[in-house]
Design a protein. Structure first.
Length: 173
């Protein structure tokens, strides 16, 4: 039984998406990165105002996953023009975020968010999707590889005051 539903997020959903962004990032990286670095990163990258701007941007797609009972936010994905994935070309789009709360793991939500992101990217005319992921996040990397992504580059990404090694993945659409 599906315990969630997907919908396009609006400006009014910005606080809910930011909450999921913060909770899922903290859940994933507590014990990996310092608390101070996590909080600094979230303050810089996961503010409601940023999600409001993305939801209003016609070149971006913000999808919210809600629990089927009560509509609590439990995940989201974000497509934007490429910014943080290195060298890009015409027809490229960045899957900047695809996060779910740990309570949604094993429900198929990640795959559903990815399928929706791929459909939305194609609707925007994209031909290739890129994303960056922390090199040490084996669970996320395995998910992307199951979804047909392959490593195309490496990058350094700053979280708070700490530089992290990331992998940039790509997939033709």
């Amino acid at each position: 039984m599906t315990t969630w539903r997907l919908r396009r997020a609006s400006v009014d959903d910005a606080a809910a998406v930011a909450l999921v962004a913060r909770a899922s990032f903290l859940d994933t990286f507590a014990g990996v990165l310092s608390g101070a670095d996590i909080l600094a990163h979230l303050d810089r990258k996961s503010r409601p105002e940023q999600f409001a701007a993305w939801s209003a941007d016609p070149a971006a797609v913000l999808t919210l996953a809600e629990h089927a009972t009560g509509a609590a936010p439990i995940g989201y994905s974000l497509l934007t023009p490429p910014e943080e994935v290195g060298e890009t070309g015409p027809g490229d789009i960045e899957l900047r975020r695809i996060y779910t709360l740990s309570a949604a793991r094993g429900t198929g939500l990640g795959a559903a968010l990815m399928a929706q992101a791929i459909d939305d990217a194609r609707a925007l005319g994209a031909r290739r999707m890129l994303l960056g992921v922390f090199a040490g996040n084996a669970r996320a990397r395995a998910f992307y590889e199951r979804q047909g992504f392959a490593v195309v580059a490496e990058r350094r990404f700053k979280v708070g005051e700490t530089w992290c090694d990331d992998r940039v993945y790509a997939r033709d659409l």
